[in-house]
Design a protein. Structure first.
Length: 505
């Protein structure tokens, strides 16, 4: 029975396996008969088929894990966003496969890689990847586009090859890929550090988690807490917290929180208009201290409406500070301010209290710009949100611009992504190891001294060298095409590294 050209379902895969197993049993019997008749072993056909069956068994196991992509729900669209909208190179691959296939047809990896190599020729991303370039491209197709249902995968058993083709789902959301390329080129910034890697599966993939958080903050611009995001968006607390920390660091949002792992946000007070702080009397503490606190509040309030406990302490006379002691003074000032607040002579501005408010999140102007410029337009494609006529015209113009400049935009996106790529990290490490060996050849160095030479942190230098420790000697393999020995010794508690020469090849 002729072998099918391709196996696309688990049922056909299992049927083909049964047929192949039967052929193997027949071939084995024939080989044994031939060996007895001719006194020699003529089992080459058997081993050829055995290798084919081993390969096919591996593909069958992959088929068992293949998800179904027939339902076009928002959950699938969320995965699609995470799969391709965090990286312009993947967005280009998505568009390229869509242009060269239709649902049910496929392009081989060989043909796809020929175009990929041509488009990204002379980019740092392709040059740094070297012999891994094809594997990287297949990884984008396999782990990002195929895993979320934007493209389908097909095995050709006869030729032992794999191909990829666009799905109906991939066609439906293709405009999102164009907007990804447009945004990166317009802003000359990679989306990867903003949205993160595709990573884990499901609704908590990093890009869609971050997009949903930004979308929520745009829709609820006042009094948003971390717990609101976790509860209302059904996100994991850890991934939510990490996203908010990232946004804070990138300047997209202001995030303040009190947790067991972070420093407490200073509690601030504001004076209520028309209230005389000398009216309520004293609060079971030194009368002289409360008078000084009132005086400090009056001085601070003339310049800024808000002040903290630390601000008050700084304003107090030095003699008072010496008499009370730092901790005692701070504690008693806190009691006085709390007393005024309880009697409604002061207003607590940032009330981060357990059970009430543990965090506060708000978008910055940069966050609003990113949200309006990318998050909302792309989510509109995935969710089918309605746009105004003006927004629709603007979006069409951006999509058309990306289509007209597809290859140019793709190359720019590749260069923007390169500093965040695995290839860059490998090349940077190799270059830094070369600088380290070059410096050690001139004399012993500490990690701190090597850090100044390489431009990375001392801890990164130690990380570079640590995997190669063999007793008291470090062996760095393949630095500048040579195997280099580096020694390490403790001098007054500090590791000193030294060059011990190259190893014979």
């Amino acid at each position: 029975m002729a072998r099918p050209e391709a196996i696309s379902t688990l049922e056909r895969a299992q049927e083909y396996r049964r047929q192949q197993a039967g052929r193997l049993r027949s071939l084995r019997a024939d080989s044994q008969a031939e060996a007895g008749e001719y006194g020699g072993l003529r089992q080459e056909p058997f081993y050829q088929q055995a290798r084919r069956l081993v390969t096919f068994n591996r593909w069958e196991k992959q088929a068992q894990k293949t998800p179904e992509f027939l339902k076009e729900t928002w959950e699938e669209a969320a995965d699609a966003f995470s799969g391709a909208c965090n990286n312009g190179v993947k967005a280009w691959l998505w568009i390229e496969i869509a242009q060269r296939t239709n649902p049910g047809t496929y392009i081989s990896i060989k043909d796809l890689f020929e175009t990929y190599s041509e488009i990204f020729a002379q980019t740092q991303l392709l040059e740094a990847a070297g012999s891994n370039a094809k594997g990287n491209m297949v990884g984008y197709c396999q782990e990002s586009l195929y895993s979320v249902g934007l493209v389908a995968r097909k095995f050709n058993i006869e030729r032992q090859t794999i191909g990829f083709g666009i799905t109906e789902m991939g066609q439906k959301y293709l405009d999102a890929a164009c907007l990804t390329l447009w945004w990166e080129n317009h802003h000359q910034q990679s989306l990867y550090p903003l949205l993160g890697k595709t990573g884990s599966s499901g609704d908590n993939r990093s890009p869609i988690t971050r997009a949903r958080i930004l979308d929520y903050l745009m829709r609820h611009s006042h009094q948003v807490r971390e717990v609101d995001l976790v509860t209302n968006l059904q996100l994991y607390q850890n991934s939510t917290k990490e996203a908010l920390k990232l946004f804070n660091g990138l300047g997209l949002a202001e995030y303040r929180a009190v947790t067991s792992h972070t420093a407490k946000v200073p509690l601030q007070y504001e004076r209520k208009e028309g209230k005389d702080l000398r009216e309520p009397g004293y609060f079971n503490t030194g009368h002289g201290l409360q008078d000084e606190v009132v005086l400090a509040i009056e001085q601070l309030a003339s310049n800024s409406p808000r002040f903290s406990i630390a601000d008050i302490v700084d304003k107090l006379p030095e003699g008072l500070k010496a008499r009370w002691g730092a901790e005692s003074l701070k504690s008693n000032v806190s009691l006085i301010l709390s007393g005024f607040a309880q009697r409604e002579y002061l207003l607590r501005v940032d009330n981060f209290k357990g059970g009430e408010k543990q965090s506060d999140v708000s978008l910055t102007s940069k966050g609003w710009s990113f949200g309006f410029g990318f998050i909302w337009p792309v989510l509109a494609i995935f969710e089918g949100r309605s746009l105004t006529a003006e927004q629709q015209a603007e979006q069409r113009a951006r999509i058309e611009l990306a289509r007209k400049n597809l290859d140019k935009f793709a190359r720019t996106s590749a260069e923007l992504y390169y500093p965040h790529s695995h290839s860059f990290k490998i090349r940077a490490k190799a270059e830094n190891l070369g600088r380290i060996v070059e410096a050690l050849a001139k004399g012993d160095q500490t990690a701190g001294e090597l850090a100044e030479i390489t431009g990375v942190s001392a801890q990164t230098v130690r990380n570079y060298l640590a995997p190669h420790v063999e007793g008291s000697e470090l062996v760095i393999i393949e630095v500048g095409g040579k195997a280099v020995r580096v020694g390490v010794k403790d001098v007054k508690g500090v590791n000193h590294y030294s060059f011990l020469g190259t190893l014979p090849r």
